[in-house]
Design a binder for this molecule. Structure first.
Ligand code: TXA
Ligand code: MG
Length: 348
């Protein structure tokens, strides 16, 4: 029922992208690639379309959506009071994996922002995404194109697994480049605050805007009040099996994980391990998978969700995962791993 369209070269797929853009104009929702993860897009100015997005994903409607634009000028009609810091960041990092939170204009319907006075906006760099937005001629509201609670889709197959039969069309642009969702930065406060870490790091942002940037990405029981990014309060990125994150030196981590695998086996449980290229040989478990190489954290970012989804198809009861600390981009990866593990962390 869902039409899956392969995009190899933009120039050869303009007809299909036009078809997707028309669906969006008519109030339908379509999945499309971005450089971070696949998005489930609908007309961001049309209430009916926004409702369909929430419905297809099974997402609570108080969790707001990001508006995707193809041209930096579109920011003016969607937002108000854009500070200079935000302008600098947009000029430097757009198009790219950064989402800005700004005060919303009257044009933005409340169903997009979950009732908030602020709106999230992003200009993706993926050429298919930009062509689609340009042709739809509206800002495209798009959450990640997964069923709510599952790992975000980094391949069209992932979207298909979750949404086949629920949406009319998936544009397949191949595997995404980045692999974790955009960095979200709130510019309605001073200093600005990162609400979700991503490929654009705090240091990169600070260098460009020339002021301090804070981090508020945790959701601990001790944090008072509601989380600033409402999405942070929901269970996220969860594999079906229980998952435990183990932090420490490579030797200690491997020893601890092997010990826990033994204990799992005594209980009759099958165990999986999320390792790296460097440590693949160090484990004795039922399934050992590398998420990437520690020599290049970008490989870990882009492999993460595929590995988590892969485990849902493997016959394991428990997953033990290595952690990543002290590397550039570690923040973005750890944020997802900690949530996937439901905050079950062991330090050795
Ligand atoms: O990379 C990405 O950002 C991907 C691609 C498709 O662009 N999109 C994405 O959307 O990750 P989604 O809906 O899965 O995550 C959006 C996050 C949610 O945690 C939501 O709560 C937060 O952004 N958010 C949206 N509007 C907000 C607002 N006005 N204030 C604070 N947080 C907001
Ligand atoms: Mg999401």
């Amino acid at each position: 029922e869902t039409k899956l369209v392969k995009i190899h070269q933009i120039e050869e797929s303009l007809e299909e992208i036009e078809e997707a853009a028309r669906l969006i104009q008519q109030g339908e929702v379509v999945a499309f690639p971005t450089e971070t993860v696949y998005g489930l897009g609908g007309n961001g100015l049309m209430e009916e379309a926004v409702r369909k997005i929430y419905q297809a994903k099974g997402r609570p409607s108080d969790n707001p959506l990001i508006l995707h634009i193809s041209d930096i000028d579109m920011i003016e009609e969607l937002t108000e009071d854009v500070p200079d810091t935000a302008r600098k960041a947009m000029e430097c990092f757009w198009p790219g994996p950064m989402t800005v939170i700004l005060k919303k204009s009257d044009k933005v319907p409340r169903c997009v922002t979950g009732g908030l006075e602020t709106v999230a906006v992003r200009m993706p760099s993926d050429p298919t995404a930009r062509e689609l937005i340009r042709r739809a001629e509206v800002p495209i509201a798009a959450p990640s194109a997964n069923t709510s609670g599952r790992p975000s889709p980094t391949k069209a197959e992932h979207v298909w697994e979750d949404l086949n039969g629920k949406i009319p069309m998936i544009l397949d642009g191949g595997p995404v480049k980045v692999g974790v969702e955009s960095t979200i930065i709130d510019f309605t406060v001073d200093p600005p605050v990162i609400l979700r870490p991503g490929r654009i790091t705090r240091e990169e942002l600070e260098n460009v805007i020339g002021c301090e940037v804070q981090m508020n990405t945790s959701l601990k029981a001790s944090d008072k009040g509601v989380p600033k990014a409402p999405g942070m309060k929901y269970k996220h990125y969860a594999p079906k099996a229980r998952m435990i994150l183990v932090l420490g030196s490579p030797e200690k981590t491997a020893a601890k994980i092997n010990e826990m695998v033994c204990e799992s086996h005594k209980l009759g449980h099958k165990a999986g391990v999320i390792a790296t290229d460097e440590s693949l040989g160090a484990y004795q478990a039922d399934e050992v998978v590398s998420v990437g190489t520690r020599k290049n954290m970008e490989t870990v970012m882009s492999g993460l969700y595929d590995v988590l989804r892969g485990f849902d198809k493997k016959d394991v009861d428990i997953i033990y995962s290595e952690g990543f600390e002290g590397e550039p981009l570690e923040e973005a990866v750890m944020n997802r791993l900690v949530k996937a593990a439901g905050h079950e962390i062991i330090r050795v």
